[in-house]
Design a protein around this ligand. Structure first.
Ligand code: AMP
Ligand code: MG
Length: 324
């Protein structure tokens, strides 16, 4: 079976074809970026509408398939930015109507977990989901992915991007902060952990104040990474102790950061825990993860997708996990 995945929840429009065996036949993506400032949802949606048909064609070409060879369409219907979510859903509905291909709406965050598991062969890990908008410590308990801890305000990627906006780094700022941090020294910043939750926004405000007072970009980038990442490692270790699991899987856009992986590796080694991280090509938003989750959940597919809706605030603990 060939499943065509469509991702449009935020900054990236992406189309991918994945088989039921988990072979990724194609992946075509385009990211909305800015030189200064953050994501403007309407502008990102405009980017998605302009690029989507071309990406669909390219994804079919790369997989050497035609639309008639597609058995299922999987679309991320949330969580995400409403103007962006609509652009993917429009394409899914158009293909459903025109070619009678069934459609399934899937949760974007769960797709990060499932592609991580497919590509690293992790079995039953504690998941550290570090994306732009979300930071969550997750464990499968019973038939739900439970959120054991999370960011109380902004997510880790958004926190880095917010600091980056002050430095005029544009979006996404995370990779540029990683580079600047290589030349920095440590400056003390606040550290805010509450049980298994983390709170990043006050720390970013402090870092911006210090920048305005003349502290260097490099020192602040280094200190922010050390502080925010340590907080996440601390709560993750608590989650491992709490769940008695000995496998940890890092996923989401910020999983591309080498220093973050290094810190997790040190903690896991000390606890005799296996550490796995999703390959960098699949850490950020892309449609291979959407196609793969569609395959796992295919029994929920709709013949007529006209009533399918999106949900900008869809939480992963709302979903019954019946595919594992
Ligand atoms: P996602 O929402 O999962 O696609 O992840 C996007 C987020 O990951 C953005 O906030 C980026 O700034 C962040 N990001 C991407 N690469 C890196 C990196 N190397 N270091 C830190 N953050 C990163
Ligand atoms: Mg994401």
């Amino acid at each position: 079976m060939n499943c065509l995945g469509i991702e449009s929840t935020s900054h990236t429009f992406s189309v991918s074809i994945v088989t039921s065996k988990g072979n990724i036949l194609s992946l075509q993506s385009s990211q909305y970026q800015t030189k200064t400032g953050g994501i403007v949802p309407i502008e990102s949606a405009k980017h998605h509408r302009e690029i989507r048909n071309r990406l669909l064609e390219e994804a079919l070409k790369e997989a050497k398939l035609e639309i008639k060879n597609i058995d299922l369409i999987s679309i991320a219907t949330g969580p995400g930015l409403a103007p962006c979510l609509i652009t993917g859903l429009e394409l899914a509905k158009e293909l459903n109507k025109k070619y009678n291909i069934p459609v399934i709406g899937v949760n974007h965050l769960i797709s990060h977990l499932e592609i991580g598991k497919l590509l690293t062969k992790a079995k039953n890990p504690v998941y550290i989901l570090a994306t732009g908008a979300n930071t969550q410590i997750i464990s499968l308990e019973g038939n739900k992915y439970r959120i054991l801890g999370e960011c109380l305000t902004i997510g880790l990627g958004n926190a880095l991007d917010k600091f980056g906006r002050e430095l005029n780094l544009g979006f996404p700022a995370g990779p540029k902060i990683e580079e600047l941090a290589k030349k920095g020294k440590y400056i003390e910043l606040p550290y805010v952990v509450k049980a298994m939750d983390v709170e990043f926004s006050g720390i970013i405000t402090k870092a911006i104040q210090l920048y305005k007072q003349g502290k260097s970009k490099e020192d602040l980038s280094y200190s922010l990474q050390e502080t925010l990442f340590s907080m996440l490692v601390e709560v993750s270790e608590r989650a491992l102790a709490f769940t008695h699991k000995n496998e940890l899987l890092l996923i989401g856009g910020v999983a591309a950061n080498k220093r973050l992986s290094e810190m997790f590796e040190i903690m896991c080694k000390e606890r005799n825990c296996k550490f796995k991280v999703v390959p960098i090509k699949y850490s950020g938003d892309q449609a291979a993860q959407i196609a793969w989750l569609g395959i796992l959940q295919q029994k929920n597919k709709l013949k007529d997708a006209s009533s399918l809706d999106f949900n900008p605030n869809w939480r992963i603990d709302d979903i019954k996990v019946d595919w594992i």
